[in-house]
Design a protein around this ligand. Sequence first.
Ligand SMILES: Cc1ncc(COP(=O)(O)O)c(C=O)c1O
Length: 406
Amino acid sequence: MTSKEIRKDFPIFNDNKISYLDSAATSQKPKCVIDEVKKYYEEVNSNPHRGTYSLSMEATNRYEEARQKVADFIGCDDSSLIIFSKNATESLNLVANSYGLDNVNEDDEIVISIMEHHSNLVPWQNVARIKKAKLNYLYINDKYEITEDEIKSKITSNTKIVAITYVSNVLGVIVDVKEIIDYAHSQGAVVVLDASQSISHMKLDVKQLDADFVIFSGHKMFSPMGVGVLYGKRQLLNKMRPFLMGGDMIEYVYEQDATFAKLPNKFEAGTQNVGAVIGLGKAVDYMQQLGYETISNIEKELMDYMVMKLSNLDFITMYLPADISKHTSVLSFNIKGIHPHDVSSILDSFNVCIRAGNHCAQPLLRHLGLDSTCRASISIYNTKEDIDKLAEALQATYDKFKKYLK
Ligand SMILES: Cc1ncc(COP(=O)(O)O)c(C=O)c1O
């Protein structure tokens, strides 16, 4: 399949005007996912796990089927280890609060990378502050790599948690997470893997990776907004306190005390975003049909093309890793002397959508000596024409500003 064929699955491109290059923020949704959500609300809507009538039981079946699909998708043989939240941020906060606060003590160490999105950074700052623990960083070198020396010097027997992104949302760098996971385990640490930026591009197998917790958002992988995923190992999830308390996560409630439901319900308090979960199940079907091989072939060709087109523009600085085989889907760049917000506003007038700013990764930008970048990110529905339009619009932006530039 080609990206031109795939693009037809996405109704937002029906008028074919926009060049959407912001899929790292959220992906567009294929018609099959939109239809599935609509069908759910038209035919099945009711509260799962509550009613003893057929409609509610059907909603329960659909909800649990989606959980099974997500489990299969990431190589997990037990769907009760898949917990639905509202997004990756909530899943990360769940782990930080329910696991972190109870398992990190004074002078222990939490290790994260300098590339983390704020949602895999600020919750750990909070745990470190409350527990008087140390928050240490794995820094990248000038090739945008975390070296073996860095890993071995930062992760020690005092490290209780290593929380790491699989792919940087700013640099598109693919982190060698297997090396980090294995080393962290050899030091007795638990590993939290933020797969938010990898899940729509690269196959993830929880058994092969052996991460203790894996997290991602549905909306970056073609599902509706409002559903996040947390996978965790059974022995850890079983021992953890619930994060949110309320309906559907309890076993018995007494006036002064309560016992909690088994996995996964223990972590799913209150009414869930059932439509979004069902949409996620359909998004999984859609990705399975395409297959990661097709996805990665299309995206590699597009990214190579984008790098080539932008290298032809001598006023552009790109922020790429030295080893381009460890790069995917996201390209940060700047035009010297023009603020990224101005660039993105002018690009908007050409119907080219990119993101500009610090991308919720301020410590990384500071580490790179930058304030903000333009970020173009691709997905399976992008075409070379989108990238041509980006290059033309960047040229026009530069032409407009160049007389003011020193
Ligand atoms: C690497 C990474 N982690 C976490 C998140 C947070 O995702 P969400 O906003 O869906 O909670 C993002 C969002 O951009 C991200 O790029």
